[in-house]
Ligand binder design. Structure first.
Ligand code: ADP
Ligand code: ZN
Ligand code: MG
Length: 479
C-alpha cells in the first residue's frame, strides 16, 4: 500500500534556550519555582513596560543557525503575533514573521542503513514562550502560571522534505545531538525544553503537488512523534483510498489510545495580524561577529564521528554511537587519553556501560564512574589482575557503590588467580574427577576441553586466569 503513496513531513521544533533571564526582561528562567514568582511588568504586559532583547538569547540563536548551515538575516527585526488566550498576558507574542533571523539551512542526517540524508531547514527564528495553563482535576477553575511567559524559544522549521516517520525520528535525533553539542539548551523533552509539532500530508507517488497537510501536536518523545506520524500517514492514505477529503487541521496525539484526534481546523497565518514590534528597533549585526562565531563553533557530531574512525580506528557504528551524545563523546576521549586500546574502550562504553545507562535511565555522567576509574578497571584486565568476566561485575559494583575498581577487587578478593601452583592444583583435581571428559578429549573430541575449563573456572569462582587454565589443561592432557 505504501509504495503507491508518498508521505511528506515537515517538522517544527521549539527549543527553550538556556539563558539566565527571559528573552525580553530580567526575570529568572529557573525551572520549577512557585507559580508566578518569576514575573515582572514586561512579561506580564503591563502598559508602558518596554522589552529589551536578551543578548545571550540572540547569540545562542545565531549559534544554532550557523550550526544548521543557515544564512543569517542582514537586518534583525521582531514582529507581534496577535491572538487572545489566557496564557498570553499581552495578547500578542513577540516573534519573527517575514524576516526570521536565519533561513535556508540543512542538516545531514546519518541513517543506519545507507548514506546521510539531507533535510533542509526553512527558517530558524527567535520568539517568546507563553505562560502555562493548569487544569486541576475536578476543579471549577483553571490556573495560570506566567513563569514561562517570555522565556526565549527558538523555532526551527524544516522544509517538507522528510519522507517517512523513521526519517523524522532520525532527523530529530540528529538535531538534538547538534543542539546538545552547542550547549544552548538542556533539550529535555520531559521538562518541555524541546517540543516538536509535525506536519504531514500524503500524495500519490510521482505527483508534484503537495497534499493537504495536517499538523500533529502533543507528542512528548521522539518515539511518539514516529508513532503519531505513522498512524496519521495510514489514516490519510485510507481517506484518499476511500475518495474522501483530507481536512487541513490540527490533531492531537493520544498516547493512551495510540490515535490522533481532531483539535481544531488550522487558523490561517493572516488571522494573527502580524505587524512589526514597535518597541524593538530593527538592528544590523556586524558580519565580523558572525564570522567569529562561525569559527568558534564546536566540532559537531558528524565530523567528530569521522575523526573517531580515523584517529582511534573505530568502526563507523561505534563512532556514530559515541559521538551521538556530546557527554558520551567527551567521556570516551577523556578515557582515550589514558588508555590506548581504543577498540576495547569503545566496546566497554557501548556495551557494559551502555547497558547500565539503559537500566538506570541515566546518561554517562549519571553513572558516576569517572573516566580514570574506567581506565583503571581496563588496565587491571590487561595486566591480568582481574578476569574480563569478573570485570563486568566489578563495573556494576562501581556504578552502585561509586568505589574504585582496585578497592572492590581487593576487598572482595576478586583478584584473578595467575599463580601457577594454585591453578595446577585445581586442574589436577578437575581432571581426576572428570574422567569421562578426559577420555572424550583423548578420543578426539576436542571440544571436551571447554567443559573442563568451565569446571576449573567454577571451582575458582571465575577468578582463574583463563589462558593459563587452558594451557595447563592441554599440558596435562598430553599436548
Ligand atoms: P504554516 O504557515 O501553516 O505554519 P508553513 O509553510 O510555515 O505553514 O509550514 C509549517 C511546516 O509544515 C513546515 O515544517 C513545512 O515544511 C510543513 N509543510 C508545509 N506544507 C506541507 C505539506 N503539504 N505537507 C507536509 N508538510 C508541510
Ligand atoms: Zn519579566
Ligand atoms: Mg509556521
Amino acid at each position: 500500500m505504501t509504495s503507491k503513496y508518498e508521505t511528506v513531513i515537515g517538522l517544527e521544533v521549539h527549543l527553550q534556550l538556556e539563558t539566565d533571564t527571559k528573552a525580553f526582561c530580567g526575570c529568572s528562567t529557573e525551572f520549577g519555582k512557585p507559580p508566578n514568582s518569576q514575573t515582572c511588568p514586561v512579561c506580564l504586559g503591563f502598559p508602558g513596560s518596554l522589552p529589551v532583547l536578551n543578548e545571550k538569547a540572540f547569540l545562542y540563536s545565531i549559534k544554532v543557525a550557523l550550526a544548521l548551515n543557515c544564512k543569517i538575516q542582514e537586518i534583525i527585526k521582531f514582529d507581534r503575533k496577535n491572538y487572545y488566550y489566557p496564557d498570553l498576558p499581552k495578547n500578542f507574542q513577540i516573534s519573527q514573521f517575514d524576516m526570521p533571523l536565519s533561513y535556508d539551512g540543512f542538516v545531514d542526517v546519518p541513517s543506519a542503513d545507507g548514506p546521510a540524508k539531507r533535510v533542509h531547514i526553512k527558517r530558524v527564528h527567535l520568539e517568546e514562550d507563553a505562560g502555562k495553563l493548569i487544569h486541576p482535576v475536578k476543579a471549577a477553575n483553571s490556573l495560570v502560571d506566567f513563569n514561562r511567559a517570555g522565556m526565549p524559544l527558538l523555532e526551527i522549521v524544516t522544509e517538507p522534505d522528510i519522507n517517512s516517520p523513521e526519517a523524522a525520528y532520525d532527523y530529530l535525533t540528529a538535531l538534538k545531538s547538534i543542539l546538545q553539542y552547542l550547549r544552548v539548551s538542556d533539550c529535555d523533552m520531559e521538562k518541555g525544553s524541546l517540543r516538536c509539532d509535525a506536519n504531514i500530508s500524503v500524495r500519490r507517488a510521482g505527483e508534484k503537488e503537495l497534499g493537504v497537510k495536517v499538523e500533529v501536536k502533543n507528542m512528548n518523545s521522539f518515539k511518539w512523534v514516529r508513532e503519531a506520524l505513522s498512524f496519521e500517514a495510514d489514516r490519510q492514505i485510507a481517506l484518499v483510498e476511500a475518495k474522501e477529503r483530507i481536512v487541513q487541521e490540527t490533531r492531537l496525539w493520544d498516547a493512551q489510545k495510540l490515535v490522533t484526534i481532531s483539535m481544531r481546523s488550522k487558523e490561517e497565518a493572516h488571522d494573527y495580524r502580524y505587524f512589526p514590534e514597535p518597541d524593538l528597533v530593527p538592528f544590523i549585526v556586524d558580519k565580523k561577529i558572525i564570522e567569529d562565531m562561525r569559527k568558534a563553533l564546536p566540532e559537531l557530531p558528524r565530523p567528530r564521528a569521522d575523526r573517531f574512525v580515523k584517529e582511534y580506528g573505530l568502526s563507523g557504528y561505534d563512532a556514530g554511537v559515541l559521538t551521538g551524545q556530546v557527554d558520551l563523546a567527551d567521556y570516551f576521549e577523556e578515557c582515550a587519553r589514558e588508555y590506548t586500546n581504543r577498540k576495547a574502550l569503545a566496546n566497554w562504553i557501548n556495551g557494559d556501560m551502555a547497558a547500565e545507562m539503559n537500566t538506570r535511565n541515566v546518561n554517562i555522567l549519571g553513572l558516576g564512574v569517572r573516566p580514570k576509574d574506567l581506565v583503571e578497571l581496563l588496565k587491571m584486565i590487561d595486566d591480568q589482575s582481574v578476569s574480563g568476566k569478573t570485570a563486568k561485575d566489578v563495573l556494576v559494583e562501581m556504578v552502585e557503590t561509586k568505589k574504585r575498581a582496585g578497592e572492590i577487587v581487593s576487598s572482595k578478593g576478586l583478584s584473578q588467580i595467575s599463580d601457577k601452583d594454585k591453578i595446577e592444583e585445581v586442574v589436577r583435581d578437575v581432571l581426576a574427577r572428570n574422567e569421562r571428559s578426559v577420555n572424550d578429549y583423548k578420543g578426539g573430541k576436542r571440544t571436551a576441553i571447554t567443559f573442563l575449563v568451565g569446571q576449573v573456572m567454577k571451582q575458582t569462582q571465575g577468578k582463574a586466569n583463563p589462558a593459563m587454565v587452558n594451557d595447563m589443561l592441554k599440558k596435562h592432557l598430553g599436548e
